[in-house]
Design a protein around this ligand. Sequence first.
Ligand SMILES: O=C(O)[C@H](O)[C@H](O)COP(=O)(O)O
Ligand SMILES: [Mg+2]
Length: 267
Amino acid sequence: MFDNVPQTLEMLRSKGKQLVFVTNNSTKSRADYKKKFDKLGIPANVDEVFGSSYSAAVYIARILKLPGPKNKVFVLGESGIEQELESEGVPYCGGTDPSLRRDMEQEDFTNIANGSMLDPDVGIVLSGLDYHMNYLKTSIAFQYIQRGAMHLATNIDSTLPQAHSFFPGAGASSAALVKAVGKGEPTSFGKPSQAMMDAIEGKFQFDRSRTCMIGDRLNTDIQFGIDGKLGGTLAVLTGVSKKEEFLADGAKTVPTAYVDALSDLLG
Ligand SMILES: O=C(O)[C@H](O)[C@H](O)COP(=O)(O)O
Ligand SMILES: [Mg+2]
């Protein structure tokens, strides 16, 4: 963890700033992140966390509102997605189901093709980062899409930063499916999609012109009142003034000197 993160967050809160922690990582739910923050000694509450799984679940439940029974989601991913779908009352299958974490057998081809292994209620395939991706799940997801299901993604990052290196990301998890379907990338609800920013804004009701993002990648084009100068998001801070000065300077100083940079900015 970077130095002074808890102190910085405390300073921002003491100045009445609202914080939102935004992550593309779909493997954990907001509740899981709260536990992680507790372990790291970072003061945060569940309602301040906004993840790509939650973003997708909110979209499916509140925007798409598919009529039942065709509103079930086939999940390609981990329990973070399942938990967030559950929190929004969206039915799902796949995901962490242990019966799908195995090799493809010859009879699976027959049973998938004749539909006996498919759930007729599935109307959406939702892909995220999947540590257990395999041919069986990819085949089932492919068949659902061929039969009319919509393909959505929590996020489509090419890589996952871990252990001071990079590993295949959520976009790589779903790449085989995307290739097989041949219709391009699915709609994604993670950074830097406008869908995620709209969802965050919808939930937190803040003023874009008084919002600052601090993040991990510098190449995003999220239109968030900051013209993509500083992208990705570690936190969304609302009520920040002198945004331009902070970004111009902050791009160099964040995250090594959060406290100094933000204290200067906020006066
Ligand atoms: O592949 C992924 O899912 C992402 O690279 C990963 O989860 C990173 O999320 P972020 O740290 O950008 O919020
Ligand atoms: Mg990132």
